[in-house]
Structures are given as structure tokens and as C-alpha cells.
Design a protein around this ligand. Sequence first.
Ligand code: ATP
Length: 344
Amino acid sequence: MAHNELRVGIFGGTFSPLHTGHINVVQTVRSRIGLDLISVVPAAQNPHKGPTEGPTDTQRVKMIEIGLREFDFVDIDLQEINRGGVSYAIDTVRDYAKRIKKENLYLIIGLDQFEKLDTWKGYEELLMLTNVIVVSRPGHQMPFSLEDLPAGIQKLTSAFDRSYIQLSSGLGIEFLRLHDIDVSSTNVRKYLRSGRGTDRQLTIPVETFLRENKLYGPLRDRIGDYEKFAKFCGVVLNDKKAINVRGFDLRKMDAPAEFTLVASGTSTRHAASLAENVMRAIKEEFNVHPQSIEGLSEGRWVLLDYGSLIVHVFYDYVRQEYRLEELWKNGRPLDIPAEVKANA
Ligand code: ATP
């Protein structure tokens, strides 16, 4: 068969980690749509997110290979990782469109992604280059009438019968109902961090790989005593001239983390630089990155999530608006030494 006669699916995602929901998609699409090949395309890690805990690209690719090894119709395509930067589906689809006839090309996405498809970069061009297969996902409703489709898709639709959208370009969007598996990478990471079991969410080969490589495991193993850890962060903040650094032990409260710290900077730039200093000092001392970082580029409210410790660094003006300390008034205040050298 000539290469461009193959019916090819493109299945992109971060796959951090690869879970049984992803495997269900690949298997069901293969058996129900009968594609010859499914290219799994891991996205590059978002460079704007900053360094967070998790696998390196090499480890992530290895995990995906191990998890999909048994499927001979699956190919793993590293083009997004090799391109680096932010990954956009349009760039990948354009690349496939050079080799595969558009009638034979299918982009595979979950219903959660379909709901925002009209916000994707170049989505109109994308829908001229490829068909789309939308798979069901727990918590998301299949569209029922034309009005349920994202506005940008409605205007490209020539007919819709609930299981298929005929696009005016001649291509189509097909809806495929799975035997749903209620799993997401975010939840699996949470489970792994808190040391809970993941039997239904990860296959044994992937779970074994993660365990052997100590990926997504509890940070506590490296951090040890979280109260000392919180104080260490507080000292770094004081040392860098943060305003009013306060820490709380929230273990007796029903709070998302056991400890929290709040501090502010005199400007958004100062707040961002405080957060960066905390991350750097923690990396040096404990060899840990945050699990997630929010708001660093704006510097209004930067949130560093270290599992059992959440650090909030505000631009002082914004801190006054939220008054988070009010929420923690039943917590035990931590005694944070002032202006001592971080490593003293
Ligand atoms: P996150 O929790 O970070 O959102 P995720 O579980 O959605 O991660 P991704 O790697 O972002 O994982 O997903 C890749 C693709 O797989 C997306 O198109 C997504 O919609 C789809 N997908 C993920 N989990 C499921 C699932 N349980 N059922 C159906 N589709 C899924």
C-alpha cells in the first residue's frame, strides 16, 4: 500500500503519566475505526511553566514506549519534543498532511479537548487538513444539538447528526463512545504523591517503571520534616526582604495542605523574584522542584505547590485584597526567624 493510502490517527497529549484512559482510547479507536496506524505524539513540556517535579522527556518517552509496547499498530512520534517550545497540534497535523491524504488522516482527541477546539491555534486550517475523532470522557456531555457545538465549529458545520459532524470542507468529526474510564493524569499524579494505589489507573508495566525510577512519588521522602521545610522557606523569604512573612501549621484544620506560607513583595517583579529565590534555594538544599507553579509570569499571586506545603507570594497590594490569613486563623502560627542567611 502506498504510504498515503494508510489511514493514520494522531493522538497527542502530555501523557504524564500514560494511564489506562489513554490506552482505552488507542485500543477502541483502532478496533472501531480500523485505522492502520496510530501515532502517539507526546507534547513538549510547556517551557513557560518553569521546572516542576516529574519525569524528564527521556523518562516520559520511555514510559510511553513501555506502556504501548504491546500494540504493534502504535508508533511514537517525537516531533513535538524535538521542536521544543509550546506544542501546537496544527504544526504536527501540517507535517502529517504532507505525507497522508486528508481523507485518511484522523486527529484523536477527548471530549474535554473538543469543547475548546475553537480556541486552538489555527483550528480552522486544522479542520481543512484532517478529520477528527472525538472520544467520550467522564464528566463531559456528548453534544446533542447544533447549539451544543463550540461556536467556532458550528460555523464550519454543514450537517450534524449527534455522532458525526459533516464539515463544509468535506472532512468530518466523528464521535466515539468509549467504555469510559474515569481517570486523568492529574488525578493519577495526586494518587501517586499521596502514596495511594493506582491499580485501575495505570497498567503494571507503567506502574513498575514509575516505581523503579521514583517518579511522581511523595515529596516527603526528600523533604522529611515539613515544619522545618516551611521555616527554611520562610527564612529565604525574609532574607530576600519579603514583606510580612507568615507561616501556619494547618494540620488541625481541613485544609488542602498541612503547612502554608504567605509573603509579599513590593512589586510584581519583586514577588516573582522572591518565588524564584525560594525555588532555587529549595532545589539546592532538598533537590526538589515544586509540583506546580502558578502565576509566576504575572507576579501578582505566585503559588508554589510543594505537596504538604503551599507557598503564596503576593504583590503586596493584591495580598490585601485576598486576606488569606483570615482563612488560617485557626491554624498554629509558625515561628519564622527573620533575616538570617538562608543556609545558616
Ligand atoms: P490532565 O489531567 O493533565 O488533563 P489527561 O489525563 O487529560 O491529563 P493528556 O495527556 O492531556 O492526559 O491527554 C491526552 C488526550 O487523551 C487528550 O485528548 C484527552 O482528552 C484524552 N484523554 C485523557 N484521558 C482520557 C480518558 N480517561 N478518556 C478519554 N480520553 C482521555
